[in-house]
Design a protein around this ligand. Structure first.
Ligand code: SF4
Length: 333
């Protein structure tokens, strides 16, 4: 690891001020991804601004009925908080499907959103990678791209975004609260927060240097009792998704008032399944309709040489997640 300066910030404005005065500085929260990347020489900050003293850990109910998760709260605490378990069991399930217990105990809510792709070529500094070093090429394009994207990729990058939590947050219509260097706050919809690679794959999201995530806000929803998160992976724990699906169904009897669906492991951001949502609205909740919705969702997939299996796997995972949501069992998958 290269040498770096370690600075502890006493407040959110102070942290932002420290970061904006050094373009090579980075915020340090749980460090579960950043420190690995520094050890591999992928990330090379010359200063870490430690956020550990900031009072941004609280989970609370807001006056508008939303639940606010502090950005520096630990993933384990978010997953197990009574307000989250009761109102957003989908989020609990998605967080617990990620990483290991030890990592979830260290990883923060804001840091989870900022974790970087696990593309193996991104981690290998001997290989060309446009995300790590823009303009050098993409080793995965002609390489072993079994884990890579089937939606929204570009000629410069085919990586997928790895967070489980963010897939659930997409279905939950979460907003990311950000403090800007000028002292004002802005709310960013989770659906707009991460970006597709386009011709700038080095940028994972729309945050500017110096912006600090302070909270994640979860609006009330009508599908807590009918939601599910299904993650398919090569082994049963401590592995990233080949495909995952978060699903929520608002039901009136057996009629679907609205369906809420997003997929992980398939794109550079959580992938909303809008065609399937449109198809299911007003339909009867049957396996036949779930199957037609899954076909609609995967129609625009563009698989690569080694990941064609994700198209069929995606369909099956959508159907499974909808069946579990219909049953009201949010803790299977
Ligand atoms: Fe790099 Fe993206 Fe290509 Fe992976 S897929 S090697 S992250 S440019």
């Amino acid at each position: 690891m290269r040498p770096f300066k370690f600075t502890q910030a006493g407040s959110a404005p102070a942290a932002i001020s420290l970061l904006t005065s050094n373009v090579k500085a980075k915020f340090l929260a749980g460090g579960t991804n950043l420190l690995d990347l520094m050890k591999e020489d992928v990330e090379r900050p010359d200063e870490l601004i430690d956020l550990g003293r900031l009072n941004l850990t609280t989970t609370k109910q807001l006056t508008n009925g939303s639940i606010s998760l502090g950005s520096l709260g630990k993933n384990t605490d978010a997953a197990n908080h009574p307000l989250v378990r009761k109102n957003f069991p989908l989020l609990t399930k998605a967080i617990l499907a990620g990483a290991s217990a030890q990592i979830r105990n260290m990883a923060t809510n804001g840091g989870n959103l900022l974790q970087r792709t696990r593309c193996s070529y991104f981690y290998d500094v001997a290989m060309p990678c446009n995300k790590r070093e823009p303009g050098t090429g993409c080793a995965a394009m002609q390489g072993i791209n079994r884990m890579h994207a089937i939606f929204g990729w570009s000629d410069t990058c085919i990586a997928v975004y790895p967070s489980d939590m963010a897939v659930a947050l997409t279905v939950l219509d979460a907003n990311i609260k950000v403090l800007q260097p000028n002292g004002t706050e802005r709310l960013i919809s989770i659906k707009d927060f991460h970006r597709l690679p386009g011709d700038q794959p080095e940028k994972d999201n729309i945050l500017n240097h110096g912006e600090l995530i302070t909270a994640i806000e979860l609006p009330a929803n009508a599908f807590a009792g009918h939601s599910a998160y299904v993650k398919v992976r090569d082994r049963n724990s401590y592995a990233f998704a080949l495909v995952s699906v978060a699903a929520g169904l608002v039901l009136q009897g057996n009629r679907i008032v609205s369906a809420h669906l997003a997929m992980g492991g398939v794109a550079h951001k959580p992938w909303p399944l809008l065609e399937a949502e449109r198809f299911l609205k007003g339909k009867t909740a049957t396996k036949a309709n779930f199957s037609l919705a899954a076909q609609a969702a995967m129609r625009s997939a563009k698989p690569l040489a080694y990941n064609k299996f994700k198209v069929e796997l995606g369909k099956r995972t959508i159907i499974s997640s909808l069946e579990l949501a219909l049953k009201g069992d949010s803790y299977n998958g």
